[in-house]
Write a protein that binds this ligand. Structure first.
Ligand SMILES: Nc1nc2c(ncn2[C@@H]2O[C@H](COP(=O)(O)OP(=O)(O)O)[C@@H](O)[C@H]2O)c(=O)[nH]1
Ligand SMILES: [Mg+2]
Length: 253
């Protein structure tokens, strides 16, 4: 069994990718399952096999602690940690090969509080990986792209799991624009060039220094373009996961 955490900024397409990748894996006869860890979500594009909302509801937290929706979300992120053992047990019971974990809408609630890495580490002893989403529409601008690299490096530093990077919602850009962003991820010189061309002043300096710092960490950023809407790129995502997790074999190994 492998556990895959889907992480990205709010609206980057985590939930739809969870839904589509789960269906796609099942069509390919893999035993896949989904876990929703977002206590605040109202509508999901899939029916999760395990749902944190069965244990933690935002309305109850708001009533019990006299909090507004934002405060309740932060508290909920911490309270999830108390359900770790129960959810871990449920995951084991699923007997799936691939478990996709859809994380809270606002990624800082999962990635940048103590509870997220705690849950991720303690949930099960199975192999784990992170799929980090670069929202294609947001990443179109080189400054935003570099900010996203920085965020994904910060996520890597929090979890230390094998991490893959995808260009999500890629159907929203013309193919040549999506390819341009993929080129930045494959070729540091192409990224430096666009930073020099498109940015100026402090933004240029900061972006340049930031990418150098990130390259020094030795992180791989090769983006895989995917769409949860058209299923484009899911086959590449699946092969990349197989490569990093089980040395190129199917998940069912
Ligand atoms: N066109 C397109 N829209 C998408 C895609 N993925 C998500 N969306 C839309 O973007 C919005 C946010 O997606 P969601 O999966 O809820 O993002 P999350 O906050 O990261 O879970 C929703 O309106 C989705 O329908 C995609 O691949 N293509
Ligand atoms: Mg979501």
């Amino acid at each position: 069994m492998v556990i895959i955490f889907i992480i990205g900024t709010a609206g980057s397409g985590k939930s739809l990718l969870t839904a589509s990748f789960n269906e796609w894996l099942k069509v390919g006869k893999q035993k896949a399952a989904t876990v929703n860890l977002d206590p605040g979500v109202l509508n999901l594009p899939y029916v999760p096999d395990i749902d944190i909302r069965d244990y933690i509801t935002l309305n109850r937290i708001m009533d019990e602690y006299g909090l507004g929706p934002n405060g309740a979300l932060v508290l909920a992120a911490d309270l999830i940690a108390e359900e770790t053992e129960r959810i871990g047990g449920e995951i084991e019971d699923l007997q799936s090969d691939v478990v996709l974990v859809d994380t809270p809408g606002q990624m800082e609630l999962f990635a940048f509080r103590a509870s997220g890495p705690y849950i991720a580490n303690e949930l099960t002893k199975e192999q784990k990986a992170i799929v980090y989403l670069f929202d294609a529409v947001f990443s179109f601008n080189p400054l935003n792209y570099v900010s996203n690299m920085f965020l994904s490096a910060a996520v890597y530093n929090r979890f230390f799991f094998p991490q893959l990077h995808v260009l999500s919602k890629c159907d929203l850009l013309p193919p040549e624009e999506a390819n341009r962003i993929v080129d930045w991820s494959a070729d540091p010189e192409a990224l430096e060039l666009v930073i020099e061309e498109k940015l100026s002043g402090t933004r240029r300096l900061l972006s340049r220094d930031m990418i150098h710092a990130i390259y020094r960490l030795g992180l791989e950023f090769q983006l895989i373009p995917v769409s949860g809407k058209t299923n484009q790129g899911l086959i590449n995502l699946s092969s990349a996961l197989e490569r990093i997790l089980v040395g190129g074999e199917k998940f069912t190994l």
